[in-house]
Design a protein around this ligand. Sequence first.
Ligand SMILES: [Zn+2]
Length: 268
Amino acid sequence: MVLTTADELSQLKNDYGDWGKVLTINDFIETIKADLSENQFLRRNSRLVFSVCPDDVNRLEALDTIEDALKENYDGEFHLGGLGAYPMGGVSGIIAASHHPPDNIIDGNRIGGNLIFFISPHLGIIEKEEFLYGKIVRPGQQKITNSCGAMMGFLGALKEAGSAESFQIAPDPNDLDPTRIALHNALIQNYADTLNHILILQNENQQIIDMFKLNYNLVASKAKKMIETFLQIEKDHFEGNIALIGGITVNTPAGDHFILKEIAYPKL
Ligand SMILES: [Zn+2]
């Protein structure tokens, strides 16, 4: 059985409706464009900064993706994100990105342009006898794989460990797996209670639904702290404004939907 778009959206509204706004790609673009334009964030004076997962499902040509829609409307993007959309580029990455936006010309006068942050973990959904979260069938494949693999892998390891307290982060003495270490440390050190709560949920879909809300909270709060620090360091240099669009990208076999959590303006 293949899910229709309407099935997917109504399932997402059931499961995420209290948390964020479930949108098609077109509705997402319309919603953010209206907000951004009203606040003078335009294609000609702004640069996108993405904190998204490197997973190719988010930008394959065979799929209609949120990322492509954003790029069509706002040109290309600077990347901060590692596995699980963790903002690995950090404050140094934001400083670099801040030198790149196109100039903002107002009445013939030039000031530095704006940054539009797009902060978004990603989550697959498929119908396989029942509705499954965290899974995807990718273009050119028949098998089912995880999406997001980094977060589903973490959830699997957490279940094996039995609790956040007994989760052992596999060591990486030669610094060969930096994002996993940063991501797992951030989860275990800051969100032990939420993780233990997820573990006691009986329904596996519900565990995954909550895990991706946590994934969002983790990367969004980290990115916001980085932006705040950037603004303190660069307060005498950065002339532009900053917008932040946040939520969960939902990957389906045909393309993406979006659960919009917030549109914020860390500097306006
Ligand atoms: Zn991923």
